[in-house]
Design a protein around this ligand. Structure first.
Ligand SMILES: Cc1ncc(COP(=O)(O)O)c(C=O)c1O
Length: 396
């Protein structure tokens, strides 16, 4: 079903997630779209081939399966167009390559996803783009960092691992005043809880690997653009030949159908656990934007409709020498939480966060930062597991 259908446009989010994308009656009434595997697409005549006079022309340029997902994401993001790429990281690097040229300057938030920073510090640098990192709390103060060649401002809110919020409308207004494009990694909130393009962002980036996939088994990224920037983004997608695979697109569309209800559970369980941790004797601080005690809480309340299932806490420790042994003891005692990268799946995960790459923001000094992805398990069992971790950390 397309979003143009008046019924869906005004429907609630779970109705939209259940029906956006494909129309079952485009393919004999089957509820889900067919997975069309393609490199070659045939043309009926030489003239049709010369003029590319048909909807599908080659596998890298889309199939009915990838289109179904792109249409659903367009509707969710309020975008003019969406491209699919093979990972969430590629969903950052492809728009950077699309909009930055040698000699340009880019401003990137200091709480950015680590591999995004690595791309900036290595490949972008080699291509002659200078990157400066800014304080996530900067807001309209970003104007002081704008240079005549500032072409792109990259935002991510909440920030990776430490969850700092950003004043997205204020940053977007300043960036636009100076002719810069605004990109946002919106993976944490998903378009269910925050729609970046409605707040002045030009390019919304999503690691669909996380909540849209929901099952820790698919890698995919989506990049959605407003009308002004869609053509250039699409052109870069075609030029680079970086595209999403139909099998993965099918699985992500399948994941979207249940994403709303999964997110509700992640939101509720994670916030319950965050509140419980806040009052816990072994915890120095909880970094979760939906907690009133969190410095960015007012921004979250103003702009976001909800929170997902990932946040961090600072485990109490006496001095930096104890940080790593305590963090490892905590993690090694966990039985329900897995120790693994990524998030957004059905299962709980925990990580000892490394903040050594920060240039502007400071890592907490009271103890190690532990990031928790709260899965769909029962809260009572998750709490018991965390208590196992605390007991082991106390014994160090
Ligand atoms: C905020 C954020 N953006 C992007 C990515 C990259 O996603 P992927 O693992 O699909 O490359 C991640 C992965 O952890 C992430 O946390």
């Amino acid at each position: 079903m397309t979003d143009k259908d008046g019924l869906l446009q005004n429907a609630g989010i779970n109705t939209r997630l259940s029906h956006l994308g494909n129309d079952p009656f485009d393919y004999h009434g089957f509820v889900n779209p067919p997975v069309v595997h393609a490199s070659t697409v045939l043309f009926p005549t030489a003239r049709a081939m010369e003029q590319r006079a048909q909807k599908y022309t080659y596998g890298t340029r889309g199939t009915p399966t990838t289109d179904a997902l792109c249409e659903a994401i367009d509707a969710l993001e309020g975008a003019a167009g969406t491209i699919l790429v093979p990972s969430g990281l590629a969903a950052v690097t492809v728009p950077f390559l699309a909009f930055l040229s040698s000699g340009d300057h880019a401003l990137v938030v200091d709480s950015v996803y680590g591999p995004t920073r690595h791309f900036c510090d290595t490949m972008l640098k080699r291509l002659g783009v200078s990157v400066e990192y800014y304080d996530p709390a900067i807001g309209a103060g970003i104007e002081t960092l704008i240079k005549p060649n500032t072409r792109l401002v990259h935002t991510e809110a909440p920030g990776s691992n430490t969850f700092e919020m950003q004043d997205i409308p204020a940053i977007a207004a300043i960036a636009h005043k100076h002719g810069a494009i605004v990109t946002m990694d919106n993976t944490w909130a998903t378009p269910v809880y925050f729609r970046p393009l409605d707040y002045g962002v030009d390019i919304s980036i999503h690691a669909a690997t996380k909540y849209p996939s929901g099952h820790s088994d698919i890698l995919m990224g989506t990049v959605s653009a407003n009308a002004k920037h869609w053509e250039q983004l699409h052109e870069a997608n075609i030029t680079l030949g970086i595209c999403g695979a139909p099998d993965d697109a099918y699985q992500i569309l399948r994941g979207l159908r249940t994403m709303g209800v999964r997110l509700e559970r992640h939101y509720e369980s994670a916030l319950t656990i965050a509140k419980w941790l806040e009052g816990h004797e072994d915890v120095a601080a909880v970094l979760h934007p939906a907690l009133p005690s969190f410095p960015g809480h007012e921004l979250w309340k103003r702009d976001f409709k909800g929170a997902s299932g990932i946040f961090s806490f600072v485990l109490k420790a006496d001095g930096p020498a104890a940080f790593k042994p305590k963090a490892h003891a905590f993690l090694d005692a966990l039985r329900i939480f897995g120790l693994g990268w990524s998030w957004g799946g059905f299962e709980s995960l925990a990580v000892h966060v490394n903040l050594n790459d920060r240039r502007v923001t400071k890592a907490p000094t009271e103890g190690p930062v532990i990031r928790l992805q709260i899965g769909l398990e029962d809260v009572a069992d998750i709490k018991l597991d965390i208590e196992r971790g605390f007991a082991a950390a106390r014994a160090v």
